[in-house]
Design a protein around this ligand. Structure first.
Ligand code: FAD
Length: 398
């Protein structure tokens, strides 16, 4: 195993790390307390600088101006960007667009690539991924009820979705819908590109999450598809391949998420240690860092974060070398273990900050609100644990 990256990549990682600290961390206070329109302006300005540095959308294929990174390289980049909630957006590699770019790159027709993929990679438009439904268990996509029925040259889509992240302001959605209810379970659904200005695409609301409905990219919409008619040419990949393509989207996507979470864990840990050293806790001038319990937390977290990082890089290396299918155990394991390590890091950093930790004067409370969902989306902890556990135990069956 070798997680070494080229000198060029190391230089890029240093550049990105410096840019995040210097340019993006200062915008966070505006993001937490200021005017959203002003934040959009600041983000657009930072995006321009990233383009000038020729680092825009680095994870995309070379033909689209990206760097054609390996999974390990992309993971390391995601970690560097994850240190600020603005990192991925400012570098043009934010979810859900990054995942959509991957599947469009693999499955889009030449026309779909020109119409949707190119402007998406250029950052001229945003997209969303519309799979989860409020009335069916998202953990089991075989239960999906939204339908897409052929009618002439079109599909007519009906159904209700929610947690269609970033639908607000997106140009198109990739919708998972049942195209053949009588097909074998894993071939019932397809992916269809639906422009959001299609009549029948109804964005009902941005769902309030932990007290914030958000807007634009930072939102999770409820969408009702009501006789929403799109040409059959908008089918992405073969009919009935929705489930298989969704699986493809999730494998590498989990590396991106886990490394982003490690960026969050790393910054939370840094904030925690800085605060522990600065906070005088007794009349003799001693600080929190002099207390054994804090030393214990620092040691424990440092070791857990390092372990989670190696585990994730190993999964990324497995994908690079053997493909996502061969790495499915490793991917399942990091999905739940890294999410929990990240949440523990954020929670412990808040505890060390005391009252300050639950204010919005630091970034910690933002992460506490927004990242709790890490244990739910892209497969809840319990789903990954049961799947992985079953596969492990099968290896021991006589
Ligand atoms: C912030 C956020 C962003 C999201 N973005 C998107 C998006 O962009 N597009 C999209 O389509 N969806 C998105 N989702 C939805 C996400 O994919 C679903 O929430 C997820 O698949 C779980 O589905 P569910 O919420 O219906 O929970 P359910 O399937 O109802 O599961 C509820 C709980 O039951 C338990 N559970 C489930 N299955 C099992 C099992 N087999 N064994 C044991 N326990 C089990 C788990 O604890 C789980 O948390 C997002 C969700 C969140 C929170």
């Amino acid at each position: 195993m070798d997680f070494e990256v080229s000198e060029k990549m190391n230089t890029i990682l240093e550049l990105v790390g410096g840019f995040v600290e210097r340019e993006l961390v200062p915008i966070e206070q505006e993001m937490l307390h200021g005017d959203p329109a002003r934040v959009d302006e600041m983000v657009a300005h930072a995006q321009d600088k990233v383009r000038q540095m020729e680092l825009w959308a680095p994870n995309h294929p070379v033909e689209f101006g990206g760097l054609g990174l390996s999974m390990v390289e992309h993971g390391l980049l995601s970690e560097a960007l994850g240190r600020s909630p603005l990192g991925h957006l400012v570098f043009g590699v934010q979810a859900p667009d990054a995942g959509n770019v991957e599947i469009l790159h693999q499955h889009a027709t030449p026309e779909q690539r020109e119409q949707w993929l190119r402007p998406l990679v250029e950052g001229a438009i945003r997209s969303c991924f519309s799979m989860t439904e409020p009335e069916t268990a998202g953990s089991n996509p075989l239960l999906l009820e939204t339908t897409a029925v052929r009618d002439g040259d079109d599909y007519v889509i009906n159904g209700q979705k929610w947690f269609t992240s970033s639908a607000d302001g997106a140009a198109f959605a990739i919708v998972m819908a049942v195209t053949d209810p009588d097909a074998p379970p894993y071939q019932r659904t397809s992916m269809i590109i639906v422009p959001t200005d299609t009549p029948g695409f109804n964005l009902v609301r941005n769902v309030s999450v932990m007290g914030h409905a958000g807007s634009g990219h930072a939102s999770h919409a409820e969408v009702i598809y009501q006789s929403c008619r799109v040409p059959q040419a908008n089918l992405l990949g073969p009919e009935g391949a929705g489930f298989a393509i969704a699986q493809e989207r999730l494998g590498p996507g989990r590396i991106h998420h886990c490394m982003r979470w490690l960026g969050i864990a790393g910054r939370s840990f840094d904030l925690m240690c800085a605060r522990a050293n600065a906070r005088v806790i007794d009349t003799d001038g001693s600080t929190l860092a002099d207390r054994q319990v804090i030393q214990y937390w620092a040691a424990e977290l440092d070791s857990e974060i390092r372990g989670a990082r190696l585990q994730t890089l190993h999964a990324a290396w497995m994908i690079d070398r053997y493909g996502a299918k061969a790495a499915r155990d490793e991917i399942s394991a990091i999905k739940f273990s890294v999410a929990n390590t990240m949440l523990k890091a954020v929670d412990t950093a808040i505890q060390v900050h005391g009252a300050l930790g639950v204010t919005d004067d630091t970034i910690l409370a933002y992460w506490y609100r927004h990242e709790r969902a890490a244990r739910i989306y892209d497969g809840a902890d319990e789903v990954h644990k049961t799947t992985l556990g079953r596969r492990i135990l099968r290896r021991y069956a006589a």
